[in-house]
Design a protein around this ligand. Structure first.
Ligand SMILES: CC(C)(COP(=O)(O)OP(=O)(O)OC[C@H]1O[C@@H](n2cnc3c(N)ncnc32)[C@H](O)[C@@H]1OP(=O)(O)O)[C@@H](O)C(=O)NCCC(=O)NCCS
Length: 337
């Protein structure tokens, strides 16, 4: 990287670190920019000083990995660092340059591609530029901040339902048994995992592939053997009705850098069978999982939900999570304007 760019990176990263901490104390320190497919895109402010940098990476997600079920097969990811409090002009400029770069990539015209930007959820200043360039808010990385009470500690949603309509407070459920899953539960866990894949497909959050079910099964088998105690089933009358799966910190390093340092876990799966929903099962399971995570000294928990999933977004907010990053995508990548 030429020294002019290296100095600009250092300088802008310093300014971005200040901005991020002011915006949201749960954002990480901006790390060094990743190696891109070319020299970083550069945006100059009115005074001729660099006001923004963007690095484009091309990622080919292998068909024999589960990662291909959670997005496009080819991803063009732009990482931006911005200096000014009002990010819009620099974002506009960088996205214009990025669109020109993608227009030169024949691969970006293929169907199974996406142009992707991860954006700090509380940085509202650049949102209009993202929209103007044809990006859509697809998903959210939400965080449960340290010390957040679990759902049962809340009084429950304020509404007009009396005790007859709401048989038990949110987070408790008579007759519900919650237990860790083991290798013998492979079929049940795989089936419930597939429930999330199928439900999220409605919002483009997942892209079911021919290999998905076999890969889910293999990954579930490995996780149940390798990480006992991080998958839970909720049962009614001995029948599994809900599933929660957490990646412990040593398996969640791929996403832990999206928040500040700490013992960070990733809540990978949460699913309640359709006929069992809206009765407190989900809240009871999450309450149980949070208690376990608190005991294991996890202080930050991350999860993804699809922006327009009508069930999960309100549910997670009620369970103490809030947006940390939003992920914006143009699919296919050439749809970037
Ligand atoms: C999101 C999901 C896990 C929530 O599970 P759930 O068991 O329905 O959750 P809860 O019942 O605890 O809470 C949901 C609703 O029940 C209400 N509720 C909670 N406790 C209750 C009780 N004891 N009695 C009656 N109602 C209750 C809540 O207020 C809430 O009301 P709403 O239906 O008007 O939104 C479930 O809807 C699901 O599996 N969705 C499909 C897959 C999915 O989206 N997974 C998450 C991917 S990120």
């Amino acid at each position: 990287m030429p020294w002019v760019i290296r100095d600009a990176v250092k300088d802008i990263n310093k300014a971005a670190a200040r901005r991020w901490q002011e915006l949201d104390p749960l954002l990480p320190q901006p790390n060094d920019l990743p190696e891109g497919c070319m020299a970083p895109l550069l945006s100059l402010g009115e005074n001729g000083r660099p006001s923004g940098l963007g690095v484009c990476r091309h990622q080919h997600v292998a068909a024999d990995t589960l990662a291909q079920t959670w997005g496009a097969a080819t991803k063009f990811v732009l990482t931006m660092r911005l200096r000014e409090a009002d990010t819009e002009p620099a974002v506009d400029d960088l996205l214009t340059q990025w669109r020109e770069h993608l227009a030169d990539q024949p691969e970006a015209r293929k169907d199974d591609t996406a142009a992707i930007v991860n954006w700090p959820a509380r940085d509202v200043t650049g949102v209009l530029a993202l929209l103007r360039h044809g990006l859509q808010p697809m998903s959210v990385i939400a965080v449960r901040p340290p010390g957040r009470p679990s759902p049962a500690d809340n009084k429950g949603p304020a509404d007009n339902k009396g005790p007859a309509d709401r048989p038990s407070p949110a987070g408790t459920q008579p007759g519900l048994v919650i237990r860790p899953a083991g290798p013998a539960d492979l079929d049940a866990v795989t089936e419930l995992e597939m429930g999330v894949v199928r439900y999220d497909a409605h919002f483009g959050g997942s892209v079911p592939r021919p290999a998905t079910e076999a890969l889910v099964r293999a990954e579930t088998q490995a996780a149940l053997a390798k990480r006992p105690g991080w998958t839970w089933l909720a049962e009614h009358d001995g029948q599994p009705v809900a599933l929660a799966v957490v990646e412990p910190p040593d398996a969640a390093t791929w996403i832990a850098g999206m928040t500040r340092p700490g013992a960070t876990a990733y809540l990978q799966t949460m699913f309640v069978r359709p006929g069992e929903r809206s009765a407190g099962t989900g809240a009871a399971l999450v309450k149980h999982v949070h208690k376990e995570l608190d005991t294991r000294r996890i202080n930050l928990t991350l999860l993804h939900y699809a922006q327009v999933n009508p069930l999960s977004a309100p549910f997670w907010h009620r369970m103490g999570y809030r947006p940390l990053w939003s992920t914006w995508e143009a699919r296919p990548a050439c749809a970037l304007r």
